[in-house]
Design a protein around this ligand. Structure first.
Ligand SMILES: Cc1cc2nc3c(=O)[nH]c(=O)nc-3n(C[C@H](O)[C@H](O)[C@H](O)COP(=O)(O)OP(=O)(O)OC[C@H]3O[C@@H](n4cnc5c(N)ncnc54)[C@H](O)[C@@H]3O)c2cc1C
Length: 292
């Protein structure tokens, strides 16, 4: 059986940041993710504020900070545009390449001393104790084999509707009303007026929500929409309509499709238990404007 002070489940940005800082604090740390490639597939429009990076103590790196963003334009259904750019806004941001960024963060955690285990799915969790105190035993499927990890502390960073939290008896489910359903294309051939501004398109989309064009440099952009998952009509229908009716996307072609849910109902009722911490999307710690 492997043993560690801290087991972090989920190597998204939250899990990697938690693993890095736990390791820097002197704990032995294992960070696991069920995927074979951290960061893939992306479920994100890839926008981040400067203050988010500062908060994570990460310097922007051209490997993943692919487009400087100086502001944004809000576009009303009648195409009235309100631009808030660097002349008004106190802060800038980036469009990042999440597939690279997530791996970069996991590498940071590894450099801080965390052991990273990909293709490792946490399947079940059991609490036990010995003469030294209580601990958890987590059964994981690792490269097709079942392994056990003994951990004093578990951090659940396994994304929306955390199964890990549920295994601890914490209700992490999100009602359909509070789960935004997102769908996005990464497109080439986008012809926006300014590629340093994100665009937010408001419209009569079911259950509120908005569409976006987040430029990624050259003629590339993430073009997506998020609507209430209670909608009877699929989000992709709304997205296709936005694309067909918006001239800057006339020649745009999709090279990737991303789908994902984002919980916008706020914090779940309980985010910790005995030596367990639930964090980020798993805990509902989501900004409903950016989704991040
Ligand atoms: C369409 C869309 C657009 C978005 N756009 C933006 C944006 O522009 N800016 C922004 O800041 N945010 C955006 N978000 C939100 C952002 O993607 C999330 O907030 C962010 O990814 C959450 O990070 P996380 O580390 O909590 O979880 P995740 O990134 O979801 O990572 C969770 C990890 O846990 C792993 N995992 C799950 N279960 C297990 C298990 N049992 N065992 C092992 N591993 C497991 C998964 O494989 C995954 O790698 C968007 C979301 C969506 C859906």
């Amino acid at each position: 059986m492997m043993e560690t002070d801290v087991l972090v489940i989920g190597a998204g940005p939250a899990g990697s940041a938690a693993a890095k800082h736990a390791a820097l604090g002197g704990a032995s740390v294992i960070l696991i993710d069920k995927k074979s490639e951290i960061g893939t597939p992306k479920r994100c429009a890839e926008g981040i504020y400067d203050h988010g990076l500062k908060w994570l103590e990460i310097e922007p790196n051209p490997q993943w900070a692919v487009q400087r963003i100086n502001g944004g334009t809000i576009i009303a259904p009648d195409r009235t545009r309100l631009t808030l750019d660097e002349t008004i806004l106190p802060e800038k941001g980036y469009i990042i390449e999440r597939k690279v960024f997530d791996k970069y963060m996991a590498m940071d955690a590894a450099r801080a001393g965390a052991k990273i285990m990909v293709k490792t799915l946490a399947k079940s969790i059991m609490k036990d104790e010995d003469s030294e105190g209580s601990f958890y035993v987590i059964d994981c499927e690792h490269m097709g084999e079942i392994i056990e990890i003994k951990a004093s502390i578990v951090i659940a960073a396994d994304g929306p509707e955390s199964r890990v939290a549920r295994a601890f008896g914490i209700n992490s489910t999100t009602s359909p009303k509070h789960m935004m359903s997102g769908v996005q294309y990464e497109m080439a051939g986008v012809d926006c007026e300014r590629m340093d501004l994100i665009e937010l398109h408001l419209g009569a989309f079911a259950g509120g929500g908005y569409a976006w064009v987040f430029p990624k440099g050259d003629d590339i952009a993430n073009v997506g929409i998020a609507i209430s998952s209670a909608s009877k009509r699929p989000a992709i229908d709304y997205l296709n309509e936005v694309i067909e009716s918006y001239p800057p996307l006339k020649n745009a072609k999709a090279v990737e499709l991303n789908v994902g849910g984002d919980p916008i109902g706020g914090l779940i009722g309980q985010i910790y238990s005995d030596n367990l911490l639930v964090c980020s999307d798993a805990a509902g710690q989501v900004d409903p404007i950016t989704g991040g």
